[in-house]
Design a protein around this ligand. Structure first.
Ligand code: HEM
Length: 81
C-alpha cells in the first residue's frame, strides 16, 4: 500500500503564501490548497489558516461542517503530520 509522506509542523508553516504554496492541516492530514484559494466561496479569509490548522477557523465558521466541504479538502491531501 502506498503511504503519503510525513511532514513536520515546521515544514507546514513554511507554506503560507500563494508564492510558497498554501498548506493547511486538518485532523493529522496535510493539504496543499494553493489551487483552491481562488475558488473558495469565502474568499481570501481562507489565507488566515495558511501554514497551520483549519480546526480553529472551522469552529468559528460552521458552514464547513458538511460532507461536501470534506470532499473538497480530501482532493488536496499531500501528506500526514
Ligand atoms: C464557505 C471550503 C477554509 C471562511 C465555504 C464553502 C466551502 C468552503 C465549500 C461553501 C460552503 C457552503 O456554502 O455550502 C473551505 C475549504 C477550506 C476553507 C476547503 C480549507 C481548505 C476557510 C477558512 C475560513 C473560511 C480558514 C475563515 C478563516 C469561510 C466563510 C464562508 C466559507 C466565511 C462563507 C462564505 C459565504 O457563504 O458567504 N468554505 N473553506 N473558510 N468559508 Fe471556507
Amino acid at each position: 500500500s502506498s503511504r503519503l509522506p510525513v511532514f513536520s509542523h515546521d515544514e507546514v508553516t513554511k507554506h503560507r503564501s500563494l508564492e510558497d504554496g498554501v498548506w493547511v492541516t486538518f485532523k493529522g492530514g496535510v493539504y496543499d490548497i494553493t489551487e483552491f484559494v481562488a475558488m473558495h466561496p469565502g474568499g481570501n479569509k481562507i489565507l488566515l489558516a495558511a501554514g497551520g490548522a483549519l480546526e480553529p477557523f472551522w469552529a468559528l465558521y460552521a458552514v464547513h461542517d458538511q460532507d461536501h466541504v470534506l470532499e473538497i479538502l480530501s482532493q488536496y491531501k499531500v501528506g500526514e503530520l
